[in-house]
Design a protein. Structure first.
Length: 157
């Protein structure tokens, strides 16, 4: 019956038993060391990248007319794409041990990752409307987090 079949009963049994083997031992997490403080992460990494997105979405209407902010070149869209990737990965940076301020913090950070992903998708699609929506979501996540966690630094710079 299995003469012409390459998967004879012995081979099938061996494959099934191999699936029951012990899983490999867990690998150690790679070492990492946060270099920037949370404030520096916001100021040096997230704020400039978010500004690129916000400055590239929507329309400015004045008495003289209107100006579309969406990029008009591949280079402009690439700049938005890169900024969106930075915002998205910035959300991951905020979830690193030592930076998290609790469950709400982690939820806001995950929301930033999701909103940043929307901006990546919008930039890849060269979709100004989707970029505007993604920028709004990024703003909402940032505002919600800042409303809960913003600490006013009263020390002079």
């Amino acid at each position: 019956m299995y003469k012409n079949n390459l998967l004879g009963p012995g081979l099938v049994l061996a494959a099934l038993l191999a699936g029951c083997a012990e899983p490999p031992p867990p690998t150690e997490r790679p070492p990492f060391r946060a270099v920037a403080t949370v404030k520096q992460t916001m100021t040096w990494i997230l704020d400039p990248a978010a500004d690129v997105i916000w400055d590239s979405a929507g329309t400015i209407i004045t008495a003289e007319g209107s100006e579309e902010l969406a990029p008009t070149t591949d280079e402009g869209w690439d700049a938005v794409l890169h900024a969106a990737a930075i915002v998205t990965e910035g959300g991951n940076l905020l979830m690193m041990p030592g930076r998290s301020a609790g469950d709400d913090w982690l939820e806001y950070s995950a929301g930033l990752v999701a909103a940043g992903r929307l901006a990546i998708d919008a930039a890849e699609a060269r979709d100004p409307d989707a970029l505007f929506e993604a920028g709004g979501r990024i703003y909402q996540v940032c505002r919600a987090c800042h409303n809960q966690y913003w600490v006013v630094d009263e020390t002079p710079e």
